[in-house]
Design a protein around this ligand. Structure first.
Ligand SMILES: NC(=O)c1ccc[n+]([C@@H]2O[C@H](COP(=O)([O-])OP(=O)(O)OC[C@H]3O[C@@H](n4cnc5c(N)ncnc54)[C@H](O)[C@@H]3O)[C@@H](O)[C@H]2O)c1
Length: 357
């Protein structure tokens, strides 16, 4: 592989993946990052990579729905692989307004597939990897785990749009022979995570002495994976995965939401004790926990069976949840300028319009 197109590389997982490919996996070719820079995209996530890998890391601002742009990029760079992260990714937002989710997640994936199919006609040495979520499988009861063979049963506009894109990707494989792989992963956390998602939201609210919102009874179960482990899994599937296959990726780390919030409070007490934080006004971080009305259609439990990825490609998570949380809290404490920046601009406007908090 000489040249890879990464879509959505200015977002949370995409930027971690580009860093992983260039720094950890030792990729020696060129990476082109195509990102529209929505509220969730931030080129600052990779400003050091831009300097260090000048010429080998290229940023292009643009929309994956733009056929003309895609054609131009495929012609110019002669990509050998696509790693497709670009998406609208926040479930709450998909409930407020599903349109962008349908546009980017479905139409955008279609535009990429169609462009790749035409540009790669006759080539077998290429790969289209689609990054997806375990939310496509719906919700579990108390027991059981999602397998690659679990029927799709998406419940939110977000998961329905991702399910739809997964089907399109597989259809391009079966219909046109496009060499594709898909990975369906559980909840990620770690550095550069946009602060509207649970873990960074709780860290930052806690530091400011604000309520820590927990939906419903807090007993929804999610599996958590440190983002670096997800990037390693994607890299492995990209290099060694069998085409036409789906691989589940998980952290073997199922937690109640309320325990995640309590875990963050404990990590914060160790690294930035509440007693020394004037915003807490004498309270402990734990005392900020506030139960709020549940999200409509809130899936109860997700758990993921990633034995296929372990068996076929030898991948397993390397960071425990406790260690990952400590690292994540440390990263947010060390990067207040990044936080300030991403919470301003478009994001602030959207919050004011939709939440009026
Ligand atoms: N975050 C998770 O826990 C998780 C878990 C499993 C799978 N995923 C999947 O991984 C991918 C990345 O998730 P994330 O959490 O990094 O998301 P994110 O919201 O942090 O980043 C998405 C990126 O895509 C870009 N983008 C959005 N619309 C675009 C468009 N039309 N054209 C070009 N770029 C566009 C944004 O600017 C942003 O940089 C998504 O496909 C998501 O469904 C995420």
């Amino acid at each position: 592989m000489n040249t890879i197109l990464v879509t959505g590389g200015a977002g949370f997982i995409g930027s971690n993946f580009i860093r992983y490919a260039l720094e950890d996996a030792g990729f020696k070719g060129r990476l082109v990052n195509l990102d529209k820079l929505t509220y969730a995209g931030n080129p600052e996530n990779l400003s050091d990579m831009q300097k260090k890998y000048k010429g080998r890391y290229v940023f292009v601002k643009g929309d994956i729905c733009d056929f003309k742009l895609l054609e131009r990029l495929f012609k110019k760079h002669r990509f050998d692989a696509v790693v497709h992260f670009a998406a609208e990714s926040h479930v709450d937002r998909s409930i407020f307004g599903p349109k962008d989710f349908i546009e980017t997640n479905i139409h955008g994936t279609f535009a990429l597939l169609e462009t790749a199919r035409q540009a790669w006609a006759g080539r077998k040495d290429v790969r289209f990897h689609h990054v997806s979520t375990d939310e496509v499988y719906g919700s579990l009861g108390r027991t059981g785990k999602f397998k690659e063979t679990t029927p799709y049963d998406p419940r939110s506009p977000y998961s329905a749009s991702k399910a739809s894109s997964d089907h399109l990707v597989m259809a391009y494989h079966h219909t046109y022979g496009l060499p594709v792989t898909i990975s369906n992963c559980s909840n990620n956390y770690g550095p550069y995570h946009f602060p509207e998602k649970l873990i960074p939201l709780v860290i930052l609210n806690a530091l400011e002495g604000k309520p820590l919102p927990v939906y419903g009874d807090g007993l929804q179960v999610r599996d958590w994976l440190y983002v670096g482990d997800h990037c390693a899994a994607i890299w492995r599937v990209l290099r060694k995965g069998r085409t036409g296959q789906t691989y589940n990726v998980g952290g073997a780390s199922e937690k109640y939401n309320i325990d995640v919030v309590k875990g963050i409070c404990a990590a914060l007490e160790r690294q930035a004790p509440s007693a020394a934080n004037p915003a807490l006004k004498g309270k402990k971080y734990l005392q900020l926990i506030t139960y709020v009305k549940d999200r409509p259609g809130h899936d109860r439990r997700y758990a993921i069976d990633f034995s296929k990825l372990r068996r076929e490609l030898g991948w397993r998570p390397s960071v425990t949840f406790k260690e990952g949380l400590e690292r994540t809290v440390a990263w947010y404490l060390a990067n207040p300028a990044w936080v300030k920046n991403v919470k301003s601009g478009e994001y602030r406007k959207w919050l004011n319009k939709n939440y009026r908090r």
